[in-house]
Design a protein around this ligand. Structure first.
Ligand code: WTA
Length: 635
């Protein structure tokens, strides 16, 4: 039996039991067998959730890029490491082999060094999904600089906040980016941000769209000439196991984003391990995760996890709707993608369109389909399963967070029987607990509660950069000695977990706790509905009542609105009960979403409560224009 690669359900249970009985021995074996260390650890784990302090593989020395690149060169030097698919389908894809990746990362690392970047310095990366993005991330790791990637769709204000919070001396960016038929002037956004960032000394600019940009003397330089001149080899920095690898910002319940800090050894071991098992990657497979490297999904499952396994990982620059809604499937056919990993929001958007966009492509290469980021509703799950997976590719509904670094709950395909909307079972080494309101663990099945994790796993974030107290307060104070995820979950009779959504999305109506996700599921099952969001608003008798924002499919547009409202409420009544019926239903053209596809309920709540004087910061929304329209037509 191999701990590293689980191949059937019985093996999963054996490995899982072992991992819980003796987590140190389990992770030590994984770390020993599958990675290159300059020096082995003195101690596998040291932890105290009350401080909180977590250390994995203390005393060990390594460099993650040696594990992601160098060690593969003698066996797969000519194998494609990164397959870059450009925004424009007529531009040629680029295959970067492990040997070429080594050279490009080393050159970039030397450029950073020449510019004075040393181990521990922070470098902000604000680049589109072009090879330079992955290469910059790895170049930082090569020399021990701490990368902080800021999604290149964020505004200059959001960028400046992050640059200042982590104290970056350098920003890596490009002249601009392509998104569908649009171009975005990234450099201008950086210029704007840097008006408020006095500590940034250097800006290096990759050329992508060939636009005219301003270069500030003494601060800004084109990247490519420096790379061309740089030496093609770079000795990897010796890193301690717990040296910081990166900071990645995630939004919190207050305005200021949280800089989640991840460290080197544990993160590497866990992301590599979960990548192998959750996607069942085999040597010649082509794996594609559609996320942006600006999110944790891109860090862990485009860059580090796949490369640590010597995989071929696809980077896609474009969007699913350009040149048409068939783009994803055209790419699957073109590159014969074997594992495909995306977000439910993308699936729902594509499911609204004509089926021809899917059926005209040959998707027979697909073996595993993944989703991440939010609960996947039943209708989307079935559409994905029927039309993309053609009922033969298992769907892995992977639950995890920026804070967890890697996937914590997911089926292992071909082992764990899947169940729509269930993330199913914990990964080896992960010990979930469901807690009731009084802070007690709910034992036995079925159960419904707040999702906590009782024991550290190797890739848990170690702190919030510059604010350890906030880290403690946010994650370790709600439940004693447990990491609190902020999510609610239920566990069915066989122990499968279903994530029900953020617990802050619970609405109490007439004393009943109602989760928004199941109501939305019920609404979305109506044939005329594309997507919906529910929020609570104050009600004299019930305390709270429910307000539904509903996007119709094209087929629903012509229907009588009042009839539709009745049918939707009947549907909810049938699925959940009359208590969950909506007081108000507003048909909307879109929902305000964050750039990672999450519905901004805060804004919807305010509109429903007629409290629109201060909507807060809407600049980081994907579609700020939709807010105006919803407000105008509010009920
Ligand atoms: C939600 C993304 C249901 C959840 C990797 C979590 C999910 C938050 C799932 C973290 C899933 C993520 N099913 N909900 N499979 N995956 N979530 O930090 O609420 O962007 O707490 O990390 O997304 O979002 P983040």
């Amino acid at each position: 039996m191999s701990n590293y690669h689980i191949k059937h359900l019985e093996e999963y249970f054996q490995v899982y039991r072992k991992s819980v009985r003796n987590p140190e021995a389990f992770w030590e074996e994984v770390a020993e067998e599958h990675f290159v260390w300059l020096k082995k650890w003195d101690r596998v784990l040291d932890w105290d959730f009350t401080k909180p302090e977590i250390k994995w593989f203390e005393g060990a020395q390594l460099n993650i890029t040696v594990n992601c690149i160098d060690r593969h060169r003698h066996i797969r030097g000519q194998k494609t490491a990164i397959l870059f698919e450009p925004n424009d389908p007529n531009e040629e894809a680029e295959h970067i082999t492990y040997n070429q990746l080594h050279e490009r990362v080393c050159r970039m690392a030397n450029v950073l060094k020449d510019k004075g970047i040393k181990k521990g310095d922070r470098v902000v990366i604000y680049l589109p999904m072009i090879p330079e993005l992955a290469i910059s991330v790895l170049a930082c790791a090569r020399i021990g600089a701490i990368h902080s990637v800021v999604f290149a769709g964020f505004s200059s204000t959001a960028l400046a906040t992050r640059i200042n919070d982590c104290g970056a001396k350098m920003v890596l960016t490009s002249d601009g980016s392509y998104r569908g038929n649009k171009t975005i002037d990234l450099k201008a956004i950086v210029d704007e941000a840097l008006n408020d960032c006095p500590d940034v000394e250097t800006v290096l600019v990759a050329k992508r769209i060939d636009s005219k940009i301003k270069m500030k003397d003494g601060r800004d330089e084109w990247l490519q000439p420096l790379v061309d001149k740089a030496y093609a080899d770079c000795v990897p920095e010796i890193m301690e196991a717990e040296d910081p690898l990166f900071i990645l910002y995630t939004s919190g319940s207050t305005g200021k984003p949280k800089g989640m800090m991840h460290t080197t050894a544990g993160y590497m071991v866990y992301t590599a391990y979960t990548f192998k098992n959750v996607f069942q990657y085999r040597e010649d497979d082509i794996y594609w995760c559609t996320a942006d490297i600006g999110w944790i999904t891109g860090h862990s499952y485009i860059v580090y996890g796949p490369l640590a396994n010597g995989a071929t990982t696809v980077m896609f620059e474009g969007v699913p709707s350009y040149p048409d809604f068939g783009r994803f499937w055209q790419i699957v056919e073109k590159h014969k993608i074997n594992q495909f990993y995306t977000a439910p929001t993308a699936i729902r958007a594509l499911a609204k369109e004509n089926l021809d966009f899917v059926s005209k492509y040959d998707l027979s290469s697909l073996k595993v389909l993944g989703t991440v980021g939010e609960p996947i509703n039943e209708e989307a799950w079935h559409w994905y399963n029927d039309h993309v997976g053609e009922k033969k590719s298992p769907i892995v509904d992977t639950w995890w967070q920026t804070e967890t670094g890697g996937i914590l709950i997911s089926p292992i395909p071909f082992s764990t029987p899947t169940k729509p909307t269930y993330a199913t079972l914990p990964m080896p080494g992960v010990q979930p607990a469901l807690m009731d309101e009084n802070g007690n663990e709910i034992k036995g099945n079925p159960a419904d509660g707040r999702l906590c994790i009782k024991f550290p796993w190797p890739s848990i974030a170690r702190t919030i950069w510059g604010n350890h107290q906030r880290y403690k307060d946010t994650y370790f104070s709600a439940f004693k000695n447990k990491y609190f995820t902020g999510d609610g979950a239920l566990r069915d009779e066989v122990g499968y977990y279903r994530i029900t959504g953020r617990v802050d999305d619970v609405i109490i109506v007439s004393g009943h706790n109602l989760g928004t996700a199941p109501i939305e599921d019920a609404i979305n099952e109506h044939p005329a509905v594309a997507e919906s969001a529910i929020v609570g608003f104050p009600h004299d008798v019930k305390g709270n009542a429910l307000y539904g924002y509903v996007i119709l499919k094209e087929t629903g547009e012509t229907r009588d609105r009042d009839n539709l409202r009745k049918e939707i409420n009947q549907q909810i009544s049938d699925k959940i009960g009359p208590i969950a019926k909506l007081n108000k239903i507003q048909f909307v053209p879109g929902l305000p979403k964050t750039r990672s596809g999450k519905i901004m309920r805060r804004i919807l709540r305010k509109i429903a409560s007629k409290d629109t004087s201060n909507l807060g910061d809407t600049s980081t929304l994907l579609n700020p224009e939709v807010v105006e329209q919803i407000m105008k037509e509010a009920l």
